[in-house]
Design a protein around this ligand. Structure first.
Ligand SMILES: [Zn+2]
Length: 170
């Protein structure tokens, strides 16, 4: 598994998916669908879902942008309001796609809305400290997906676009 900060990662220049020229983050529709499905499944078991997001940062002119193109659920144990990763479980990241790196994580909330709690911010800072690292928080009851980045230690909801996979985009 490669994390964004890996020195081996080379940022290439490419065009973002169309439709949102000001967005910093582009999420593939199947990732958005997968987060919604995992979160709904977890909710029906009285749990929060949690997983890793895969993709790649890229340059467009002078701007650093991020494409999220894969997700892998993490096995979790816990209750509706507190989950931890079950280290004995397996992560199926076969879905991540060649050339992808871990660019962040997602988890679900169960009716309190999409936001970054103090615990979420601590988790994010500990594991995903890169500038372009993202946290996706999906409220499975309100069906609200937010993508957050830390700016000066504060979680900011990012403008993002969901793009549909085309034959030429990963
Ligand atoms: Zn949370």
């Amino acid at each position: 598994m490669r994390i964004i900060g890996s020195r081996r990662y080379r940022m290439v220049s490419e065009s973002p998916p169309p439709g949102c020229p000001d967005c910093a983050v582009y999420m593939s529709e199947r990732v958005a669908d997968r987060i919604a499905r995992d979160s709904a499944d977890a909710l029906s078991n009285g749990m929060e879902a949690m997983g890793l997001l895969y993709g790649h940062p890229f340059m467009h002119g002078e701007r650093k942008l991020l494409r999220i193109e894969g997700a892998a659920a993490l096995p979790t144990v816990g209750t509706m309001h507190h989950v931890i990763v079950d280290r004995k479980g397996d992560v199926d990241d076969s879905w991540a796609g060649a050339g992808s790196v871990v660019v962040g994580w997602y988890h679900s909330h169960t009716g309190v809305g999409s936001f970054m709690s103090e615990t979420d911010i601590r988790t994010h800072r500990r594991w995903f400290g890169e500038t372009l690292s993202v946290a996706a928080v999906y409220d499975a009851v309100e069906k609200d997906l937010g993508i957050y980045m830390l700016v000066g230690g504060v979680a900011k909801r990012a403008d993002f676009a969901v793009y549909r996979r085309s034959p030429t985009s990963p």
